[in-house]
Design a protein around this ligand. Structure first.
Ligand code: SF4
Length: 385
């Protein structure tokens, strides 16, 4: 099917018709959530056996009857992952450009109210950091920055992308959300992917944790992946921060609905999902509703089974041992040796990190662990021509 170009800029507080965001808004999350509670063993059987699975099947896989069949879910997830993605895991590294931010988000170390050491890398410093990551083996890079439209401006981002693109096969950005024209400009400089977590899909919670700044506009953020795809971005990453909303299952349903809608509407794009569990951050933030390990495993397996073609990214927020255990179940991409503060790769940086990482192994150690598990670490999987 052909996706309809969306003109959101004229009404930024509403999702545009014909967009994946509109599909998310139309998803009967409450009804699906009730189905999670009502699901029986027979519903789980059906979800596991079907060829093409629906959001109702996903809901069944999140249920209590599915939780007691975790080993069966894990085996199915692993089989699907091998069939669709082979025994490979793509490695990438975040490169933090700036921790300046004018938004206030209760869970983030970069939040405007936090008294932290702020820093924005110069384009030369970005080049040096990128050279160090290149030297460590990375060819996929994710440029990350807080929301500060003056300091982390469109032009600055364009220059940073242009500075690293010649060395890296994939350049993605995880920065404030922009209009389609800005995304087009970044594509022209060599950027080919965006990562845009909605953070939390429940609108009331979204309003409670995003206290100040442009990020308060829920609809503008929700429809940003549509604008990026319209502008020519090839890879779209979405996700939710687990721990912000007390009910992880309803958040999981929304994330799956979003990924599924993006794959349907923007079928030429590669869509991936990340579900980071929140970690303590500067400003004293402690996750309110941490998700336990068994539920996290169930969620990842359910996601893999229900959406066999979606990429699943695992961050260094998770501890090494758990990451090693999760990877075979459906992970297709992971970060390694990450720093979450600007600078830090080429030299020691005294700026504040966004959050504490948990897996502190070097990229080489992570690659060795993958090989030991019979998986191939992929440092580069395509080349722009
Ligand atoms: S989550 Fe993003 S917008 Fe919010 S405070 Fe952190 S860097 Fe700023």
């Amino acid at each position: 099917m052909t996706s309809v170009p969306v003109a959101l800029e004229s009404r930024p507080d509403r999702v545009p018709e014909g967009s994946a965001a509109a599909d998310v808004v139309a998803t009967p999350v409450a009804e699906l959530r009730r189905f999670v509670d009502a699901a029986t063993d027979a519903d789980v059987d059906r979800a596991l056996q079907r060829g093409h699975r629906t959001l109702h099947d996903f809901a069944a896989l999140l249920s209590a009857p599915a939780a007691v069949r975790l080993e069966e879910l894990a085996r199915t997830a692993q089989r699907i992952t091998r069939a669709r993605f082979g025994a490979t895991v793509r490695l990438f590294s975040p490169l933090y450009l700036s921790n300046e931010c004018v938004s206030t988000c209760t869970y983030c170390g970069f939040s405007a109210g936090n008294d932290i050491a702020r820093r924005t890398l110069t384009v030369d410093e970005v080049r040096r950091e990128a050279a160090e990551l290149h030297q460590r083996g990375f060819r996929h890079i994710l440029l990350v920055a807080g929301e500060h439209a003056r300091i982390v401006s469109k032009s600055y981002l364009g220059e940073c992308v242009a500075a690293v693109a010649p060395r890296f096969a994939q350049v993605s950005v995880e920065v404030q959300v922009w209009d389609a024209d800005t995304y087009r400009r970044l594509v022209a400089e060599g950027c080919d992917g965006v990562v845009i977590y909605q953070e939390v899909y429940d609108e009331q919670t979204y309003a409670e944790v995003h206290l100040k700044g442009k990020k308060r506009n829920y609809a503008w953020r929700l429809s940003a992946p549509d604008r990026a795809a319209e502008a020519g971005m090839r890879r779209l990453g979405v996700g939710a921060l687990l721990g912000l909303h007390p009910d992880w299952r309803s958040e999981a349903i929304s994330v799956a609905a979003h990924a599924s809608a993006l794959m349907r509407r923007w079928w030429r794009c590669e869509v991936s999902v990340a579900l980071p569990r929140l970690r303590p951050a500067a400003g004293g933030y402690q996750p309110r509703d941490p998700l336990d390990d068994a539920s996290f495993v169930q969620l990842l397996c359910a996601l893999r089974i229900a959406l066999p073609d979606v990429g699943v990214t695992l961050s260094t927020r998770e501890p090494a041992q758990l990451r090693d255990g999760l990877v075979p179940l459906g992970i297709t991409s992971m970060s390694a040796g990450s720093h979450t503060e600007p600078g830090g790769y080429a030299e020691v940086s005294d700026s504040e990190p966004q959050f504490e990482i948990s897996d502190t192994r070097s990229p080489a150690e992570v690659a060795a662990a993958l090989r030991a598990a019979g998986l191939e670490p992929v440092w580069k999987d395509w080349q722009r021509v």
